[in-house]
Write a protein that binds this ligand. Structure first.
Ligand code: NAD
Length: 487
């Protein structure tokens, strides 16, 4: 890996990895360019794995599997705990690296590092609490014993929007369960993944237990790994479109899949909400990572009585945000990840404006260098506009007016997605009643942020399969084995 001289001052050189990480060895290479999204300039170049590299990674994960599975849970736990501590010690360098390659504001990047490290701490604790069961058959004549075994080699594929946290949310439970893994990070943000692998090495992760591959051929590499009978798990976080392709591919070898896919979160504000609290929550739910989050509020449904005050308050807050490179400590809204991301946002906003929406702030891409789109609020948006159906993944808040609870529920559920939803109301009974009828995996009630390593994260409908985090997250990497015993 080469690290562009201009940026070498930003991150600790000890964290600059050399290339593919397979079987505990670093293999230098080139072929994948990493750009600074705030300028479009070259930041670094990293290795581009070929299919043979993926096969070697599966060999390495296989060679390490028996030893890791036999490592006592307490020891696995202590390695994860050390990895958590090292991430915490290097939090500032990791945050700078994330801000550089992803573009998110430093405050968001620091938040991500803390959140990401917590998955190692949480799963260090869960590693020592792997559950089993002892039951009686209904006839009373026999007993049922259930053990949980590591599922086998796991392929982990992660997106660019949370380059640290999406990796630790998979590596943590997989290692705690006793599985060995191959991580394929997004090629837009490989530096964070490699830096974390360096820290894992230092924490004592044995060679081959964690392997990391960057590639410009994700489809070819993943298909080759899924076709290998030793691979038994695919854990994917990314778009619903790619998730569907991978589910079909995994079906060929009947590989177990966990899928964390796209979202289209409704954010419902009732007339009786605390306006200031709803605005604070809206800013977090919309603007964390400049809107590039799967849980980002994508549709604001605001009841008629509070609508105008909400739009005015949101507009004032969005307008006041400072735009700039993520690594500038003053920045509150960084660039989008690529020019294509800006084009997509521009298309959605332009279509909404043409259909009768009005921008109270923003509404057009910025023309300076880099991939910037300004914080934008749209009102009077038609409920069937494409911006109401597609993930915006940017700093745009479309606001829709509604009258009754039933109408809010109908609008909120009018999507193929079901990852996150938000409700603001002072009447908890009403919020719970409405919440019960919202089709979602996660619901924030008077909260704009729901992610927590101790809670089950995931979606319903086309937003995914399975849950990460919480006490059940480890079971995604385990198979129950039932013993029918006569004694
Ligand atoms: P993406 O689907 O384009 O890419 C995700 C990952 O899949 C990347 O590593 C990419 O290289 C890889 N990939 C792409 N094509 C592949 C193929 N054919 N085979 C194997 N791997 C392939 O998504 P993205 O643009 O990186 O991330 C944004 C998306 O991720 C959004 O839809 C967002 O909602 C979703 N996301 C979901 C969650 C969640 O927990 N539900 C969290 C973060 C992001």
């Amino acid at each position: 890996m080469t690290f562009h001289a201009k940026f070498s001052g930003y991150a600790d050189p000890a964290l600059h990895a050399m290339g593919l990480y397979i079987g505990g060895k670093w293999q230098s290479g080139s072929g994948i360019t990493v750009l600074d999204p705030s300028t479009g300039n070259l930041l670094a170049e990293v290795a581009d794995a070929a299919i043979e590299d993926a096969q070697r990674a599966v060999d390495a994960a296989d060679a390490a599997a028996a030893g890791w599975r036999a490592t006592p849970p307490r020891q696995r736990s202590e390695i994860l705990r050390r990895w958590y501590q090292l991430m915490t010690q290097h939090a500032e360098e990791l945050a700078t690296l994330i801000a550089l390659e992803n573009g998110k504001a430093l405050a968001d990047a620091r938040g991500e590092v803390a959140y990401a490290a917590e998955f190692f701490r949480w799963y260090a604790e869960e590693a020592t609490r792997i559950p089993g069961e002892f039951r009686h058959t209904p006839s009373g004549s026999h007993n049922i014993l259930v053990d949980h075994e590591p599922i086998g080699i796991a392929v982990l594929i992660t997106p660019w929007n949370f380059p640290a946290a999406m990796a630790t949310r998979k590596i943590g439970p997989a290692l705690a369960a006793g599985c060995t893994v191959i991580l394929k990070p997004a090629s837009e943000t490989p530096l964070t993944a490699y830096a974390m692998a360096r820290l894992g090495e230092e924490a004592g992760v044995p060679p081959g237990v964690v392997n990391v591959l960057t590639t410009s051929n994700p489809g070819g590499i993943t298909n080759a790994m899924l076709a290998d009978p030793r691979v038994r798990k695919l854990s994917f976080t990314g778009s619903t479109g790619v998730g569907r392709v991978l589910l079909a591919e995994a079906a060929k070898s009947v590989v177990s899949c966990s899928m964390e896919l796209g979202g289209n979160a409704p954010f419902i504000v009732f007339d009786d909400a605390d306006l200031e609290a709803a605005l604070d929550g809206a800013m977090i739910a919309k603007m964390r990572n400049a809107g590039e989050a799967c849980t980002a509020a994508n549709r604001f449904y605001v009841q008629a009585g509070i609508h105008d005050a909400f739009v005015a308050g949101l507009t004032a807050r969005m307008k006041s945000l400072k735009i700039g490179p993520g690594y500038d400590p003053e920045t509150q809204c960084g660039p989008m990840i690529t020019q294509n991301a800006v084009r997509k946002i521009d298309r959605l906003v332009s279509e909404a404006l043409a259909a009768g929406a009005r921008a109270t702030t923003g509404g057009k891409p910025l023309t300076e260098n880099g991939y910037f789109y300004p914080p934008t609020v749209l009102e009077n948006v038609p409920v069937n506009a494409s911006i109401a159906r597609e993930e915006i993944f940017g700093p745009v808040a479309p606001v829709y007016k509604f009258e009754s609870d039933d109408e809010a529920i109908r609008l909120a559920n009018n999507t193929e997605y079901g990852l996150a939803a938000y409700i603001y109301s002072r009447d908890l009974k009403r919020a719970m009643k409405v919440g019960k009828r919202i089709e979602t995996g996660m619901l924030g009630i008077n909260r704009g942020l729901m992610s927590d390593p101790a809670a089950p994260f995931g979606g319903v409908k086309h937003s995914g399969l399975g849950r990460e985090g919480g006490v059940t997250g480890i079971l995604e990497f385990m198979e129950p084995k039932y013993y029918a015993v006569d004694y």
